[in-house]
Design a protein. Structure first.
Length: 195
């Protein structure tokens, strides 16, 4: 029986690090953010989105900064975008599962897993967790991310306290990466042992 593991966490809490450890261990990982980025490059999607928001087109591409500003400034606009993108992301997720249907274990890197009520689709959920100071320090090292944008993104994400109520498998990413890797490896071994 295949084991499906969701991997989530608020911005800059170490979710991608956990996903990379899964990959290192040979576990295929679906990346929801990557799926969205790929969709935003497709000519047919660009055409659909620029009909709704003409100002986001720049040199035949989507200007993600303008799109981000539009959806963060209006919940209605954010919902419009989700109605267009989310069904396509689901299709990519299905294709990933079909491609890897012989695998014993799959990982699913989904930033808004709890916010979109997807936790029921997984056998286990790994939640990346670190202090707010570490989170903000990591976030501000990223390109195109200032404090205002960080706060906007963070405001759309469920608080870590509320995520903890779902009883996920918590991975403390505050530690050095090799310690986090050992922690992830042990947690995966326990899952394999249970199953």
């Amino acid at each position: 029986m295949m084991i499906r593991i969701g991997i989530t966490g608020s911005i800059a809490m170490g979710k991608s690090t956990i996903a990379n450890f899964f990959r290192f261990l040979g576990i295929p990982v679906y990346d929801a953010d990557k799926a969205v980025k790929e969709l935003l490059k497709q000519p047919e999607i660009i055409k659909v989105l620029t009909k709704v928001w003409p100002s986001i087109k720049k040199d035949d591409k989507i200007d993600k900064n303008i799109l981000r500003k539009i959806i963060f400034d209006s919940k209605k606009e954010k919902e419009k975008l989700e109605k267009i993108i989310h069904p396509l992301v689901k299709e990519k997720k299905k294709a990933f599962e079909f491609k890897h249907n012989q695998c014993r274990m799959l990982g699913f890197d989904i930033p808004l897993l709890y916010e979109t009520n997807q936790q029921k689709n997984f056998d286990y959920v790994f939640l990346a967790k670190c202090s707010f100071n570490t989170q903000i320090r990591r976030a501000l090292k990223r390109n195109n991310l200032d404090l205002k944008t960080f706060n906007q993104i963070n405001s759309y994400q469920m608080s870590i306290e509320n995520k903890m109520k779902y009883d996920p498998i918590v991975v403390n990413t505050e530690h050095p990466k090799f310690v986090v890797f050992i922690s992830v490896f042990i947690k995966l071994l326990k899952i394999m042992w249970i199953k």
